[in-house]
Design a protein around this ligand. Structure first.
Ligand SMILES: *Cc1c(COP(=O)(O)O)cnc(C)c1O
Length: 236
């Protein structure tokens, strides 16, 4: 199947990914619904997102606070007004400390907690706002210098420090493996870190590799281009 065009109707592609996800769970001997599809709608306009919502999708991922703020309050309101139930929105891109307030107000989960200063800022905003998005610690499994995330060696201490120092609990871990090479070792490493820290959720796998992530225990797969089509400009 050709990749759909960016502004094309994503209904068919979404249906296909959903079926493949259900089958991947069966193949992995995992319970139905134990991995959820996060439709990554960064750079996608409201039109195709509306179509995805109409087709039953409720979990979405965005990588920029400002973009999410421009698109989602309206989409959320109209979805609820139509009696379609709540949308769940995850931040999957880097978060600057000075945007912690907006992020806490806007997102149901923040998957990119990766440093102590951000933990402090989020803890403070969660207190202040009385609203607590679930938090995922991003782990830089490939230890790539240009990539966000705590190093695998520091992950245990960071998770503990979030808990004892800031009173915030990591609900999950997230990783983005290096663009080159095998992804399985990265997914396996993330699963291992989660298990030994008692962390339940694993956000791993994107359009090109999510079935492997499901085999290795992903509870959230983040799929963008396979649903909405290729994004304009450089990937990311
Ligand atoms: C863009 C993005 C995705 C989705 O990538 P696709 O290859 O289009 O599925 C997943 N995770 C993160 C963190 C992203 O930035």
């Amino acid at each position: 199947m050709d990749a759909p065009q960016p502004e094309a109707d994503p209904t068919q592609a979404l249906e296909t990914v959903r079926h493949e996800l259900a089958r991947a769970l069966v193949d992995a001997g995992r319970p139905e619904g134990s991995a959820r599809l996060c439709a990554v709608s960064k750079t996608v306009g409201q039109g195709p997102i509306r179509a995805a919502i109409a087709a039953g999708q409720r979990l979405f991922g965005e990588n920029r606070v400002q973009e999410a703020k421009a698109k989602w309050p309206e989409l959320r309101a109209e979805t609820e007004a139509a009696g379609r139930g709540p949308v769940e929105l995850h931040l999957i891109g880097p978060l600057q400390t000075n945007k912690a307030r907006e992020a806490v107000a806007l997102f149901d989960a923040i998957q990119t907690l990766d440093r102590e200063r951000l933990a402090a800022a989020l803890a403070e905003e969660i207190q202040r706002a009385g609203r607590a998005p679930r938090l995922f610690v991003q782990v830089n499994t490939g230890e790539e210098p240009q990539k966000a995330g705590v190093s695998p060696r520091e992950a245990d201490a960071f998770i503990a420090r979030c808990r004892t120092g800031y009173g915030i609990e990591a609900s999950g871990l997230m990783c983005i493996p290096p663009a080159q090479g095998q992804v399985s070792p990265h997914f396996a490493l993330l699963a291992k870190i989660a298990a030994r820290n008692g962390v339940k959720e694993l956000s791993m796998g994107m359009s090109g590799d999510w079935p492997l992530a499901v085999q290795l225990g992903a509870t959230v797969v983040r799929v963008g281009s396979a649903i909405f089509g290729a994004r304009p400009g450089p990937a990311g």
